[in-house]
Design a protein. Structure first.
Length: 282
């Protein structure tokens, strides 16, 4: 008897859930999505296509784009991956502001028309997909890795670790959050006027390693950015820090790096000590 009552209760609950779901579905709002379209291999001209897309309060701009691509026009070119603001792949200009599409809810924009365009300062490959080749080349030119002979693996049976205090880590931690999404690069007016300028992302990463006391190549790193197309081309507009989705604050990193170059900041970094442990022994 008890089992029958439980079955009836579960059936009633299931029917109630279905009615609630159908009611939400019927009350679903719609937005107009304007998507930038361009295929340089076929034509130099560009245009906008408009799509009417259903949305709910949790719908992101990326969700809306994928709905348009999946159900309305599968030729829309979008770059995306993690859908959780970790990979930085879905950066685009949304209603005039560089943002991550997966991190931007439609409800946050408070407009019925959402315009999606490729990020400025990146050559367009197709539609919303930009070419990041120069961006990553600038990043690579900063040598984004630890320079320290003690970090090299000489003997596979030995493990070497650096001893860092929480204060040591705090010096560079903020700048290590960069996901290379390119939003700061697209918002930078200096990048728009000088293609040889590394951009805020690369310069902030240069400071990230200057501030890291495991790294012993401070002088060579400063020489890399000390160039007329380097750090001195930054006019401190600050737009890079405004659009950064991870709170890296590239403008701050650039100013701190400048402090080392003009000797406002003393290079008093004490290199981290290292210790070696043979595998299998404590």
């Amino acid at each position: 008897m008890t089992a029958l009552v439980n079955i009836k209760n579960n059936r009633t609950k299931l029917e109630g859930d279905k009615k609630k779901e159908s009611r939400v579905e019927s009350n679903r709002e719609v937005i107009k999505l304007r998507v930038y379209r361009k295929n340089p291999k076929q034509s130099k001209s560009s245009h906008f296509d408009e799509f009417t897309v259903p949305v709910q309060r949790w719908t992101t701009v990326l969700d809306a784009l994928l709905h348009a691509k999946g159900y309305l026009d599968n030729s829309i070119a979008i770059r995306y991956s993690c859908r959780m603001a970790s990979c930085g792949s879905c950066g685009m200009k949304i209603n005039g502001i560089p943002r991550l599409a997966c991190y931007t809810k439609v409800s946050e924009i408070n407009e019925n028309i959402i315009t999606c365009e490729p990020l400025p300062n990146f050559p367009v490959i197709r539609d919303l997909v930009g070419d990041f080749s120069d961006f990553f080349q600038h990043h690579s030119s900063m040598e984004p890795f630890i320079h320290n002979q003690n970090a090299d693996i000489v003997d596979k049976n030995n493990l070497t670790e650096f001893i860092q205090s929480p204060e040591d880590v705090e010096n560079y931690l903020q700048f290590s959050y960069c996901i290379k999404c390119g939003l700061c690069y697209s918002a930078c007016p200096s990048v728009a006027s000088d293609t040889k300028f590394p951009g805020p992302q690369a310069l902030a990463q240069a400071y990230r390693y200057v501030a890291d006391n495991r790294d012993d190549a401070t002088r060579s790193r400063l020489n890399i950015v000390d160039d007329k197309h380097g750090i001195w081309r930054c006019h401190f507009a600050g737009s890079c820090s405004v659009v950064c989705p991870k709170g890296v604050d590239p403008a701050l990193g650039i100013q701190l790096l400048r402090g080392h170059l003009v000797s406002f900041s003393k290079n008093d970094k004490k290199l981290a000590e290292s210790r070696t442990r043979i595998l299998g022994k404590r």
